[in-house]
Design a protein around this ligand. Structure first.
Ligand SMILES: Cc1ncc(COP(=O)(O)O)c(C=O)c1O
Length: 401
């Protein structure tokens, strides 16, 4: 496959009418190696963040052997892309048919749950034809924890309350030889303290249940880097998690897992869009709320941007974007900083869209197409650049505008 040096080279070559997704395999490989080498346990990749088969292979080839899948479609896709991977079905609400297919056809043994009903469903769906229960299940009870340090909350939908967790852990223990507890602190957690809170809750749940715990999974939530969101180094998260994990009352050989989505793939992709029209400080571009810019529209997420024309001379100004569909809601208020003389037909690169970017694209209004190409340059920002003299210093931003 042809690898372009950067976004400008793609524009020169293709003059694209549709948005173009730029992938950086080297950035995803670097993120994978970072987690494999530095996280003090096992790192699963949360497929939902970006299910591209090419990305799944890159992560696997760089040491990520376990994958968090949330639907039967993700099970099938991941099994096909990386046949030797270990798949873990971490959605706490699954259909019996999905569980049955995952267990009997795709070798999935690890399931999460947060209710007695889900436990019964898993046990029954994994039994053999004679009704004998499976002997090799690995079950995780998901605890509800706070999302107060995260930019996107995951606190209200899933997870059992601490008050009820003890009983569910005890009953689940009777159905498996390997019992874990998992939680999710919310996406883009801006402080390592989020995990301290989560692990404190795990400690309370274990004390209440008095059961042997074989594994603790601290979930996803590890941040990436965006305008106005520069998190502490990931090493700080890892050391805090390590310390608090070792203080838990768990089996001496208990495992520690995490399930990053965003942190493993945010740097993988950026997007080229074209300005179709300018109206004052509003730019009408060809991707938006129903495409890769879902978060920019729906939760006002700011992504770094760069104009790709050489002849723009004016200082940077603040712009908002309209996407291509006919909806008023197809609007991204930003602000996005671009040269003041930007105009229709100019191209813009929008960075840090590897996570929850391409994965969110729909075909609404007929606007969903995007070519994908590989590029060789650095992502607009990185938490993983190896050239930091001091990993504590926050000199890891390449550019955030
Ligand atoms: C169960 C589970 N694990 C992991 C993730 C990945 O989270 P993040 O992308 O914030 O790391 C998610 C995201 O929704 C999730 O639901």
């Amino acid at each position: 496959m042809h690898i372009y040096p950067d976004a400008s080279a793609v524009v020169r070559d293709l003059l694209p009418d549709e948005p173009v997704i730029l992938n950086r395999p080297q950035a995803a490989a670097r993120a994978a190696r970072f987690f494999v080498e530095k996280f003090p346990g096992k790192s699963l990749y949360a497929v939902k963040a970006n299910p591209s088969p090419a990305l799944l292979k890159i992560l696997f080839d760089n040491g990520i052997t376990h994958f968090d899948v949330a639907s039967i479609a993700e099970v099938r896709l991941t099994r096909e892309a990386v046949p030797e991977a270990e798949l873990c079905f971490m959605h706490p609400v699954k259909t019996a048919r999905a569980i049955r297919e995952a267990y009997h056809q795709h070798g999935v043994k690890t399931f999460s749950l947060d209710t007695m009903e889900e436990l019964e469903k898993i046990v029954s769906a994994c039994s053999d034809e004679a009704g004998n229960p499976a002997q090799d299940l690995r079950l995780l009870v998901r605890l509800r924890v706070s999302s107060e340090y995260a930019e996107l909350s995951l606190a209200s939908k899933f997870g059992i309350d601490l008050a009820d967790a003890g009983e569910l852990l005890q009953v689940t223990r009777q159905h498996c030889d390997w019992l874990g507890i998992c939680f999710h602190v919310g996406s883009q957690a801006m402080s390592p303290h989020a995990y301290v809170q989560g692990l404190e809750r795990v400690r309370a749940a274990i004390a209440d249940a008095s059961v042997v715990i074989d594994m603790v999974d601290v979930g996803g939530g590890f941040p990436s880097i965006y305008p106005d969101m520069e998190p502490p180094p990931l090493e700080d998260y890892f050391s805090v998690i390590h310390r608090h994990f070792y203080e838990l009352p768990i089996a001496y050989n208990a495992e520690l897992w995490c399930e990053p989505g965003r942190a493993l793939c945010a740097e993988y992709s950026s997007l080229i869009v074209r300005v179709e029209k300018r109206r004052g400080d509003e730019l009408f571009i060809n991707d938006g709320a129903y495409g890769a810019l879902y978060d920019a529209a729906h939760v006002d997420w700011r992504f770094p941007v760069a104009a790709l024309e050489d002849d723009l001379r004016d200082p940077l100004e603040e712009f908002a974007f309209f996407g291509p569909t006919c909806d008023d809601a197809d609007y991204m208020k930003g602000p996005f900083w671009l040269p003041g003389d930007i105009k229709a037909d100019d191209y813009i690169e929008i960075g840090m869209l590897g996570a929850y970017g391409a994965a969110m694209k729909t075909g609404f209004n007929g606007f969903g197409d995007a070519e994908q190409v590989d590029v060789a340059d650095e992502p607009m920002a990185s938490l993983f650049r190896g050239d930091r003299a001091d990993p504590r210093a926050s000199d890891n931003v390449v550019s955030l505008r």
